[in-house]
Design a protein around this ligand. Structure first.
Ligand SMILES: *[C@@H]1O[C@H](CO)[C@@H](O)[C@H](O)[C@H]1NC(C)=O
Ligand SMILES: *[C@@H]1O[C@H](CO)[C@@H](O)[C@H](O)[C@H]1NC(C)=O
Ligand SMILES: *[C@@H]1O[C@H](CO)[C@@H](O)[C@H](O)[C@H]1NC(C)=O
Ligand SMILES: *[C@@H]1O[C@H](CO)[C@@H](O)[C@H](O)[C@H]1NC(C)=O
Ligand SMILES: *[C@@H]1O[C@H](CO)[C@@H](O)[C@H](O)[C@H]1NC(C)=O
Length: 591
């Protein structure tokens, strides 16, 4: 038998046995960070790839000048109650609830003949928001009903009815030439072989603020419409396609694969032959560089395929979608032919991507942000554009992030200079760039809603929090193993090389939870960042002794006993009883 030696590894840890009153004077944020061993998939190439992508994506947009994105003038207002961000914008002058009236008001709305949104149209509109006030506006309304109200005030799908009766109504109103029936926004294909319906594909031109055919919002083709999809790409001289759905989600087919499988492979779609030339990673998915050939002529087209949109809802973070959009735009360049954006139906996610791109571009030029009127306008071209409230609110968050976005990636050789600059340069009001950057960060990371932190708020769990602020989020909180008792104020954070868990210094009542967490998640290292002296009066050191020599059945009892006696000697002063029997011996020493 292995006369198991006694392993005495002092796991150093200080446990706060603090009493309430003392906690109040602890100003420091007490954090214990638990470092995990590198997980297997942490070493995968996509990680490294991401960093490179980030670098490239950022490097490509360095011209996003500080000047242009400088919100410093109002930075201090971002989280301040004293500002007067408009909590609600002016309501439309006419009640918009009943669809009929909304329709009517829209009719009246456009009598000026302008196909563009016009700032002086009084009904069914909301005022654009000055860029400088936008951060405060968004943060103020993230948890109010405003975005939801706006969403419900958008034109419904029936504003341009299609039944005969309604057509008659429409006919009577035909003098409003600028009210385009949905049909007029559709992309008409050339009729082939005199087949009347061969001109149809379910796609619509969507204007940006200054270009009537900036985008084509399209359905993802199905098996029968793939040839028509490619006819459209050819006919409209499209060079860039943004696809924002997976081919299949759950058990639903969302779109047919309309491109060749492998590099070098060609597939014929009607009269157009498509060859896949290159496959490259892009943010959130893959870019496929293809060549289309028709007769003698050949043209290039690139499809950017974003696959990170979850089955339902919206992406967790705006950043990767924003980067994706930037890459798409960089490829599309100043090209004047439409950018095709499609998902499955070509209205929900497609509407989100189109809105973000267009609203941001407009805001950068005019310093005004106009989500509501843009989406309203889109809905007059294609029904259902932007399908859910959640998607609608997501647009606001994404536009905000894009407007505040700055290239913060610093090449190592410039770091010292950059740091110097952050500390010294001011905004003329005595604030450093560092302060400004931190303010920006705060406005991009707003306080979570109550439902996002609900576990930490239950009456049972409330006492397990050290302070009153910063509850862990549902989506990355650390969940303990026991079902009714799974809460601890701790969060998991993905690092570049490993996963971290951050947690508060345990309270007397949560020490056992802390150790349950350690047992459950098996961290390799515990790093304590608060000074022991800050807790001195009410804390003590815990040493863990692990006994490896417990005799197995039928093996040498005697050397086992000797080892145990050694252990007992080693653990002087610690109450030893039955607990010694357990391989891990911390519970005894915690009181
Ligand atoms: C800051 O916001 C106020 C309104 O809150 C506005 O009048 C002012 O022009 C803004 N300043 C800058 C520099 O944008
Ligand atoms: C493909 O979509 C078109 C409408 O876009 C529809 O008419 C047709 O039935 C669909 N075909 C299949 C095989 O789903
Ligand atoms: C596409 O380009 C061709 C020339 O390459 C041109 O004749 C045609 O009008 C263009 N189509 C559109 C919709 O711009
Ligand atoms: C085109 O697609 C949209 C979005 O799925 C849908 O609402 C509309 O009915 C379709 N139109 C036709 C004619 O199929
Ligand atoms: C939860 O722990 C964090 C440290 O990880 C701490 O900053 C925060 O104040 C704690 N929250 C509460 C409500 O005590």
């Amino acid at each position: 038998m292995t006369g198991g030696p006694i392993a005495m590894g002092p796991i150093a840890s200080t446990v706060g046995g603090a009493v309430g009153g003392i906690l109040i004077i602890l100003i420091v944020i007490i954090v214990v960070i638990i470092v995990f061993k590198r997980r297997r998939n942490d070493g995968n190439p996509s990680k490294t790839g991401n960093i490179e992508e980030q670098f490239q994506a950022s490097a490509g947009f360095q011209d996003t000048s500080l000047e242009e994105n400088d919100y410093s003038g109002n930075a201090s207002n971002l989280n301040s109650e004293r500002t007067t961000p408009r909590s609600t914008r002016p309501k439309p002058a006419v009640a918009v609830k009943p669809d009929v009236r909304r329709t009517k008001s829209l009719d009246l709305d456009f009598t000026d003949g302008s196909p563009e949104r016009s700032s002086n149209k009084p009904i069914g509109t909301r005022e654009p928001i000055p860029v400088a006030q936008f951060p405060a506006f968004v943060n103020k309304n993230r948890h109010t009903a405003l975005f939801s109200e706006e969403f419900h005030d958008l034109p419904g799908p029936d504003i341009y009815p299609q039944t005969v009766a309604r057509e008659q109504i429409n006919f009577k109103k035909n003098r409003y030439k600028n009210i385009l029936p949905y049909d007029s926004a559709r992309v008409k294909l050339e009729v082939i072989d005199d087949i009347p319906h061969s001109d149809y594909f379910n796609a619509s031109y969507i204007p940006s603020f200054d270009d009537d055919k900036a985008y084509i919002a399209s359905q993802g083709p199905n098996k029968t419409s793939m040839d028509d999809f490619w006819r459209m790409v050819w006919q409209e001289n499209v060079t860039t396609i943004a696809m924002v759905t997976k081919l299949q989600e759950g058990d639903k087919i969302k779109c047919r694969q309309y491109w060749p499988d492998r590099k070098g492979q060609s597939v014929e779609f009607g009269t157009i032959k498509v060859e896949l030339m290159e496959l490259e990673p892009c943010t959130g998915g893959v870019a496929r560089r293809m060549v289309m050939r028709k007769g003698e002529e050949s043209r290039r087209v690139t499809q950017f395929h974003f696959t990170e949109w979850p089955d339902k809802g919206v992406p967790k973070h705006t950043s990767s979608l924003l980067k994706f959009i930037k890459e798409v735009k960089a490829d599309h360049g100043q090209y004047t032919h439409p950018l095709i954006i499609h998902c499955s139906a070509g209205v929900g996610r497609t509407g989100v991507v189109t809105s973000i791109d267009s609203v941001v571009a407009h805001a950068k030029r005019t310093r005004m942000v106009d989500v509501f009127n843009f989406v309203t306008n889109m809905r007059q071209k294609r029904p259902y554009m932007v399908q859910t409230q959640e998607q609608y609110a997501f647009i606001y968050g994404a536009v905000l992030e894009d407007l505040l976005w700055r290239n913060t990636l610093i090449p190592v050789i410039h770091f010292t200079d950059h740091l110097q600059d952050l500390h010294t340069s001011g905004d003329g009001r005595g604030r450093s760039k560092m302060t400004k950057e931190f303010q920006t960060l705060k406005s991009l990371c707003p306080d979570p809603s109550a439902s996002q932190t609900r576990s930490g708020r239950t009456p049972d769990n409330h006492p397990k929090n050290r302070y009153g602020n910063n509850l862990p989020l549902q989506r990355n909180r650390v969940i303990l193993d026991s079902p009714d008792h799974d809460y601890i104020n701790a969060s998991q954070m993905k690092g570049v090389h490993c996963t971290f868990m951050t947690t508060q210094m345990p309270l007397p009542a949560t020490v056992s939870d802390f150790w349950s967490m350690v047992l459950n998640y098996k961290p390799s290292t515990i790093v304590m960042l608060n000074d022991k002296s800050q807790n001195d009066k009410t804390s003590h050191t815990v040493t863990q002794y692990q006994f490896h020599g417990w005799p197995k059945h039928g093996s040498d009892q005697q050397s086992g006993a000797r080892s145990l006696i050694k252990l007992i000697r080693a653990v002087k002063g610690v109450v030893l009883g039955e607990q010694v029997c357990f391989a891990l011996l911390w519970s005894a020493s915690l009181r």
